[in-house]
Design a protein around this ligand. Sequence first.
Ligand SMILES: [Zn+2]
Length: 307
Amino acid sequence: MKIHVMFSVDWEGTSLIEDNLLAMRELSNEFPHIPRIQFLNPAHFISSENWDATSAKELVPLGISSKDEIGLHIHARQRLIEAANVKFRNRPSFFGGESVNFLGEYGGDVPITSYTVDELDKIIKYSLKILAQNGFHNIQSFRAGGWCANEKVYEALLKNNIIADSSPVPASLVANRYPNTYLHTLAEELWSDTTTLSYPYLKTINGSQIKVFPNNCCLADYVSFEQAQEIYQSCVKNASDEKKNAYFHYGWHQETLAVAHRPQKDGSFPIKTTAYFKRVHKLMTYLTRESKKGNCEIIFSLINKMI
Ligand SMILES: [Zn+2]
């Protein structure tokens, strides 16, 4: 029996702090057998009043290894939406009402499902163009900001030759961090069938197929090492009971791996240490040890290897 294990990284487009990029590099140096799916955010490369993109071309590659897959991650940030020549919407927010200002910008908390297929097509096309200009070509995989993808998003992805999505997430894991929010409600509405035991599947949109890879263990900001380990073990047990192969998909955010901007009541955003590097490191250590035991063959995989 085999288990396909995936680690993916969401790049939010909000910061490129050396501590986080070096922590990303440290993981790939220590665990060279674990490649990552890097869902890159084009906003890193787009300057605005609140974001200077001049050093992004040098900084982004610090966090990426040659073994990693490059995918696309989109949040509806104002500087991206307007650069793509689409009218910006400032609601609804993942937290209810209007978008919340984060580091001087709006839109990161507005689900991309708020836009039409034509608008999404423009945003995705523009995003791919910006990433290509910065050396990232042939992108085949996607994850939506806040895991908010629907058939409209899939239609626009397929128009742009993106044939895989990793947006489904178990709503219960989103509630670990943001219970009683619109973000949680959206996960319940969009992904009512997604659980921690979900497998990749095919979905047909207008006669074309998109392959869907659920983020069934969510991300490190939401799921502790202990819970991730428990979910991994339940994936293995369930597959073994049903005599089939298993699938497990965890990850983290580039922006919060080692340090993160933390909003304070006075409106400031000091940088504070996070615990997520430790969680990811512990899980990679555990899985590496498990893979040597040989009870269940672990394949550290990528989406583009399974399409
Ligand atoms: Zn995101």
